[in-house]
Design a binder for this molecule. Sequence first.
Ligand code: SF4
Ligand code: SF4
Ligand code: FES
Length: 344
Amino acid sequence: MTVSIDQQQEPKRDVTFRVFRFNPQVDSKSYFDDYTISVERGITVLRSLNYIKEHVDASLSFRAFCQAGICGSCAMRVNGLSKLACTAQVWDELAKCREPGIIKVEPLRSLPMIKDLIVDMDPLVSKMTHYSNWIDSTMPEAEMGRKEFLISEEEFERYDKATDCILCASCVSECSILRANKEYVSPAVLLKSYRMNVDSRDSIHDLRLSELVKDHGVWDCTHCYRCQESCVKSIPIMEAIHGIREDAIASRGAKDTSGAKHAEAFMEDIEKKGKLVEATLPIRTNGIVWTLKNLLPMAVKMIMKRRTPPPPPLVKSSKGIKIFRTMFREMSEHVKEDQKSHKK
Ligand code: SF4
Ligand code: SF4
Ligand code: FES
């Protein structure tokens, strides 16, 4: 059915919205419905969905509130990428369609589905609770409300961008690790944790950090940058992830985790040879007992198939290693200087 969305004079186009449908009460599996409506330039995906719901199919379910990119509730996948439906322009999306004139609309990934385009945000909220994503104030309770608790402008600059997060979960939906491991902390929670941990008014930095370095925490991130590329507020999420890792390595307690040891072994190899000495990496990361217990069967299989990495003495340094080492040391000095200036 083709119906008109607006009465204004702008030229219009017939656009098909191919929308993901699933109602757990009646459907045994999901499917897509096509809705073709006449749309003019300047109309957003959310406005189009509102039109479909009001005039074509009242059963279509999705979340939205502010319609201005503020509340984060309308996040969904449009043409295969997670974004806010209320800021996604239909005209822009038409240029990205796989099939000409058909805009595909799906729910966010990596969160349980409730109905159609609505996902359950509870797992994300539970993770925020687990990783203490709030400020536990150092101000004594008796003084609260009596005076302001100020921070310097320089300190605020460190987490200014992180405070823009509207918890839409677009980055969660795009995270490559979460798709394989639902227990992974998630980029949004890492961002919030960083924001809390660099706030000098907070008193539970160590508790938060000790959780972040455990299994499924900050060391599981693969640095794929998908979260940052898809953030609807252009927040540099990777800076927060690096910030937590540097903090973990600098902190003695966290230094004993396998993630920190893996990072250190990795850096040591890169500095010495310009490449990884894979044969000993598991031992330097998790110790000989863990490696024998967990990797011996796989090592035997690899030996049988003659696919073992070369032993350390046979790993030759990369070409141009001397110049590389100089650059590496210069970079390490910069990082150290940077850390010192952040601590002041
Ligand atoms: S960089 Fe890390 S947190 Fe971000 S999407 Fe990739 S794996 Fe997930
Ligand atoms: S970091 Fe960006 S994409 Fe992720 S929840 Fe916050 S605003 Fe949304
Ligand atoms: S409806 Fe609030 S961000 Fe889209």
